[in-house]
Design a protein around this ligand. Structure first.
Ligand code: DAU
Length: 354
């Protein structure tokens, strides 16, 4: 039995985490904290998760008074810290918000945990992080491991690495019980369409081209969001502290290959618009675009017995079908128009045809 503060609970990964815990840990009390006006966070994502044992609080992780009050009033003993600004392109367009939420916001949570938990060992602060903190592994796929040095290269990755360093420092200095997970790219339902997979799905469905940055040969590892959340739960429940696990599939995929696979699925679902791959085009590269992320995720398999349930094709298919079955989702999250404007401006700046 735990009382869990889930930050960023109304976002893509946060809401999947809430769903998993409501289904599989029904006796845990959940306090969901989300700004609800940040990118991706919407009550629409939490539909069906309400009821006894789940409280949704609208608020900012950087609000010291609110966070402190929640820790005390709700007797929080566990933090699942998922709140973050997450899009690399946005961090290039405006890094300030990333420093504020990802660095300052994490510090506010850590301070509340340090002060309110006051050395109580039956607590846990779990930091949800990213393989991007280990930096570009290069064409030779120089594999990173959990104890490799951080080498972030985008403002986003640097803000997450900074947050991870802060979490580690609270463990070493005050003995705060912490754990980490470093995930690869996620896909699945309810992902904000600034990210590659939903971006391509929505553009393909509206007859637009599918812009790949540069040569499209960048390598990412792709994981269904439910598999990511199962990994977080496994790490959270593992005994010990200071644990950190990379999370992801063993194989990487080039962006071009990923989008082609998606196009094949689109051809099956929307044959009249086939071949969707004819819409793939190449546009100016993202500044400082990392070629390869590769953090070996064998420790979590060996020590915790975690394995993804979805392979890449299954994950793509389930994701595509969700967007096809939920055509009103963009309108319900309330940012359809804003987002389209933002993307068009960004895309024009990248040299795309729009
Ligand atoms: O590696 C984990 C990270 O994955 C997470 O920590 C980040 O929060 C998440 O944003 C993601 O970062 P990426 O930059 O890899 O994700 P994104 O979906 O933006 O892009 C995936 C790849 O596709 C990347 O190489 C850039 C490329 N791309 C993306 C978009 C949106 C394109 O070629 N064209 C596009 O239009």
């Amino acid at each position: 039995m735990r009382t869990v503060l889930i930050t960023g609970a109304a976002g893509f990964i946060g809401s999947a985490m809430v769903r998993l815990l409501r289904a599989e840990r029904p006796d845990w009390r959940l306090v969901s904290l989300d700004r609800l006006h940040g990118v991706g966070g919407s009550t629409a994502n939490l539909e069906g998760t309400g009821g006894e044992g789940h409280r949704l609080v609208r608020g900012d992780i950087a609000d010291e008074a609110l966070v402190r009050e929640l820790f005390e009033a709700e007797a929080i003993d566990t933090v699942l810290h998922l709140a973050a600004e997450t899009h690399v392109d946005r961090s290039i367009a405006g890094p300030g918000a990333f420093v504020r939420s990802n660095v300052l916001g994490t510090w506010v949570l850590l301070e509340a945990a340090r002060q309110v938990w006051a050395g109580d060992r039956a607590t846990r602060f779990h930091q949800v992080s990213t393989d991007e903190v280990f930096g570009d592994r290069g064409q030779d796929s120089n594999v990173a491991h959990e104890d490799s040095a951080f080498a972030p290269r985008s403002p986003y990755a640097a803000s997450k690495a900074s947050a991870d360093h802060l979490v580690r420092s609270y463990q070493h200095t005050w003995g705060l019980p912490v754990s980490f997970s470093w995930s690869c790219n996620n896909l699945g339902p309810r992902q904000h369409p600034e990210k590659l997979v939903p971006f391509c799905i929505l553009r393909a469905l509206s007859g637009q081209d599918l812009p790949l940055y540069g040569d499209g040969r960048q390598i990412r590892r792709w994981l269904h969001v439910e598999d990511h959340c199962r990994a977080i739960l496994a790490v959270l429940e593992a005994p010990g502290q200071g644990l950190g696990y990379a999370v992801g599939p063993l194989d990487g995929t080039e962006n071009l290959d990923l989008v082609r696979r998606l196009c094949s699925l689109l051809d099956l679902r929307r044959p009249a618009a086939a071949p969707h791959a004819a819409r793939i085009c190449h546009v100016a590269d993202r500044p400082g675009h990392d070629r390869v992320y590769h953090t070996a995720a064998d420790r979590i398999r060996a020590e915790l017995g975690w394995e993804p349930r979805y392979n890449l094709d299954q994950a793509l298919e389930q994701t595509l079908d969700w967007y096809l079955e939920n055509p009103d989702w963009l309108a319900r999250v309330g940012r359809g128009e804003d987002f389209r404007r933002w993307v068009e401006a960004w895309y024009a700046g990248r040299g795309g045809a729009g």
